[in-house]
Design a protein around this ligand. Structure first.
Ligand SMILES: [Zn+2]
Length: 51
């Protein structure tokens, strides 16, 4: 899942790594424009509404 850089106008940055932990999934990102790194955590249940 792509994310927007928090440090510059770059959008749709692809995750460099993905880790699943329990009911959460974390993505690590590195902006190709400014080089900043950040991570996100999402709860997997949020994606199961349509199932
Ligand atoms: Zn950036």
């Amino acid at each position: 899942m792509n994310d927007n850089c928090p440090n510059c106008p770059r959008q749709q940055v692809q995750p460099a790594a993905e880790h699943e932990r329990g009911d959460q999934v974390s993505h690590l990102y590195r902006c190709p424009r400014c080089g900043v790194t950040w991570s996100t955590n999402r709860v997997l249940d949020a994606y199961r509404e349509a199932a």
